[in-house]
Design a protein around this ligand. Structure first.
Ligand code: NAD
Ligand code: PRE
Length: 378
């Protein structure tokens, strides 16, 4: 007979877990959330079998409980679980973005003989709620578990196998404090910096709206995560103060190093800083994400005249080439825009390049675009 998993909080992460369990295991999935409508939506989407707005009916038959609430609410839920009649062999985990404080709370469950193992899937989005959930959100991502030294190995293995089977993520084990330091640097601090940049430009744009209007690719890429849920991020920061304060000190030092090099007009130093950063960035492991489908793109210098996009689309349609997306990358008034055409199939992409070149368009591929960008920067 199949077991039951209760997911507390059927939002982005809980909803994605629920979809993963339904898709790749035979577990019965019970959802718990504040809102009836969200539960009804998750049920209609096939993510949960039943949904409750009360904790007891959601957890009393569960063999596994995953707490996917905001960090502060995870701590409260752990406390509530210590007071409820649960199945004796239930295994409890969470998905919170910080671990030390949560694992500390979880020890109250461990003292009652219930296995609690902290967890954190290293994938997500700036979007929130079940509407943004996806069964492949965690595919190929790391999924950190932070068992205490005295957690039985069999329990860790059992949880690892369940998570890997359902989510297709790769489980790694880590000490909770080490987790908070690492994730503080690669996730929490970047969220603060992104919001800080948006603030700075927001302030300037109150005086001069061009600051907002000119904000283009680089600024947008760098600040996407500033659109994340403010309450979720408030709780994350408040739960990782110990690591964040020294990390912010280091960041301020790093900015001062850049500032000094600029004040001194120290070209060599500036180049060295950028060169080192580029090398380090290029060494980041490329973890292929499940929900990102491989696409093929080509680029066109297009004259800024009416009908040009329709003309391109017509040529492709006449050749029965399937175009997946079309977008303007740059749109300067005094220069041609760059049109990005994206294709799902390599064959479509190759035929499109050939077809459009034969119609007189200047088409360049990804590698050629990189070369062109570098040349125009020199
Ligand atoms: N968003 C990310 O990228 C990401 C990635 C990894 C881990 N996490 C962690 O996952 C957890 C959930 O984040 P999310 O992005 O899924 O948030 P979310 O807002 O999408 O989902 C949270 C869900 O919990 C419900 N909820 C909130 N308070 C509740 C309460 N008191 N009782 C019952 N239900 C309640 C909300 O209605 C919502 O459905 C957080 O702890 C976060 O730190 C987030
Ligand atoms: O991709 C994003 O938008 C995220 O913010 C995801 C992200 C991250 O910082 O990498 C955010 C919080 C999580 O705890 C894990 C992943």
């Amino acid at each position: 007979m199949c077991e039951t998993v209760a997911i507390l909080g059927v939002g982005l992460i809980g909803g994605s877990l629920a979809l993963s369990f339904k898709e790749r295991t035979c577990l019965r999935v019970i959802g718990f959330d504040l809102y009836e409508e969200d539960l009804a939506f998750a049920k209609a989407a096939g993510a949960i079998d039943e949904g409750y707005t009360k904790l007891l009916p959601a957890v009393q038959d569960a063999d596994y409980i995953f707490i996917a609430l905001p960090v502060d609410k995870i701590k409260q839920a752990i406390h509530s679980l210590t007071e409820l009649p649960l199945k004796p062999n239930v295994m409890i985990s969470d998905v919170g973005s910080t671990k030390a404080e949560i694992v500390q709370k979880g020890r109250a469950l461990n003292q009652q003989g219930i296995t609690f193992i902290g967890g954190h899937p290293m994938a997500g989005s700036h979007r929130s709620g079940f509407k943004a959930a996806h069964s492949l959100l965690f595919e190929n991502a790391y999924y950190v578990l932070t068992p205490d030294p005295d957690t039985p190995n069999e329990s860790v293995e059992q949880l690892r196998q369940l998570i890997e089977k359902a989510t297709k993520a790769q489980v790694v084990l880590m000490d909770a404090e080490e987790h908070d330091r690492v994730v503080g640097a690669i996730s929490h601090l970047p969220h603060i910096i992104a919001s800080g940049l948006v603030y700075q430009v927001g302030k300037y744009s109150e005086e001069n709206e061009w600051f907002h209007r000119l904000a283009a690719g680089g600024f947008r890429d760098l600040t996407r995560i500033a659109s994340s849920h403010p309450i979720m991020w408030r709780d994350i920061l408040l739960s990782n103060v110990r690591e964040l304060v020294p990390l912010m000190d280091d960041w301020i030092e790093q900015m001062k190093e850049f500032q000094l090099a600029i004040i001194r007009r120290d070209a060599e130093k500036i180049e060295h800083l950028f060169d080192r950063a580029r090398r380090l960035r290029d060494q980041l492991p490329d973890r292929k994400k499940g929900i990102i489908v491989r696409t093929y793109a080509c680029y066109l210098d297009v004259p800024d005249r009416p009908g040009v996009i329709a003309d391109i689309a017509t040529h492709l349609a006449n050749e029965e080439i399937n175009l997946s997306n079309i977008g303007v990358l740059e749109n300067r008034e005094d220069a041609p825009g760059i049109l990005q055409l994206t294709f799902r199939q390599e064959e479509d992409y190759r035929r499109a390049v050939q077809c459009l070149r034969s119609k007189g368009y200047i088409v360049f591929t990804n590698d050629e675009k990189e070369e062109k960008d570098l040349v125009s920067v020199k």
